[in-house]
Design a protein around this ligand. Structure first.
Ligand SMILES: CC(C)(COP(=O)(O)OP(=O)(O)OC[C@H]1O[C@@H](n2cnc3c(N)ncnc32)[C@H](O)[C@@H]1O)[C@@H](O)C(=O)NCCC(=O)NCCS
Ligand SMILES: Nc1ncnc2c1ncn2[C@@H]1O[C@H](COP(=O)(O)OP(=O)(O)OP(=O)(O)O)[C@@H](O)[C@H]1O
Length: 211
């Protein structure tokens, strides 16, 4: 199994890269999606979040009011760290379980962990290959405001809640340029994939010829 860590600042283009890798045959484990699963209705995670942050973070139907919780945590490092303390252990447990399943199904699986906070949570050394999608903070703020309808202050608070661009690129094995079009980004992923497949094939050939 080849384990890849994929990260990048918010709106750098991680999802574009992850979707392309999945199309090419990788098993993608999306940690943002897991962060939603662990607070699904009826989950222990949701109960713990409501206990920690009050019923104001619950919508009328009892589901998590994500914008309300976002307003509480993105301007407050202590609150954010409390939320992460509740959610991250469970997210990691499920991610490890999904990875094990992928490995059991196919020993040659390429498993990609799409993790926004990969560097912040000290996981840079956990992968065979660390891929960082890079686009400068100002461009990412503009994408959040224009593309996702976030207000400028909220967009800047999210960017500020994450590692700086240099911290991420410093630990990257591969840096993808997320500043151009989505097509241009997908083309870089295709190139990377072709290289990985070639390397995996060469490794398999070397093992066969040694046997
Ligand atoms: C606060 C919450 C409810 C806001 O939900 P919302 O639907 O608005 O955002 P969503 O979860 O889709 O995240 C969008 C992006 O925000 C950024 N982000 C999310 N959580 C964090 C965080 N704790 N610190 C910094 N950036 C974050 C990431 O770039 C992510 O891709 C949610 O982000 C959350 O539960 N965060 C804590 C869990 C977490 O750390 N997730 C990210 C990595 S696993
Ligand atoms: N290269 C690009 N050119 C133009 N727009 C882009 C590009 N890459 C991504 N976008 C747009 O920017 C927004 C964010 O992209 P994407 O969802 O891939 O970011 P992300 O890194 O996954 O963010 P998050 O941290 O929120 O998961 C989307 O609306 C997407 O369409």
């Amino acid at each position: 199994m080849l384990r890849i860590g994929l990260t990048g600042g918010i709106a750098a283009g991680k999802s574009v890269v992850a979707r392309r890798l999945a199309e090419l045959g990788a098993v993608v484990i999306d940690h943002d999606a897991l962060a939603r699963e662990v607070v699904a209705p009826g989950s222990v995670g949701l109960e713990e979040v409501a206990e920690a942050f009050g019923d104001g973070v619950l919508a009328e139907d009892g589901t998590l009011d994500r914008p309300a919780l976002g307003r509480l945590v993105f301007d407050d490092a202590a609150a954010r760290s409390r939320l992460e303390g509740i959610l991250h252990p469970e997210i990691r447990r499920i991610a490890a379980e999904r990875e094990a399943l992928a490995g059991a199904a196919d020993a040659r699986a390429v498993v990609v962990h799409d993790i926004p906070l990969l560097v912040e949570t000290g996981q840079a050394e956990h992968f065979h290959l660390l891929v960082v999608v890079h686009a400068p903070a100002e461009q990412r703020v503009a994408r959040l405001v224009d593309g996702r309808g976030m207000d400028d202050a909220a967009a800047r608070a999210r960017v500020a809640a994450q590692a700086g661009d240099e911290e991420r690129t410093a630990v990257a094995d591969v840096t993808l340029d997320g500043t151009g079009t989505e097509d241009a980004l997908r083309a870089q992923v295709d190139e990377l994939w072709a290289r990985l497949v070639r390397e995996l094939d060469e490794e398999a050939d070397a093992v066969t010829s040694r046997a």
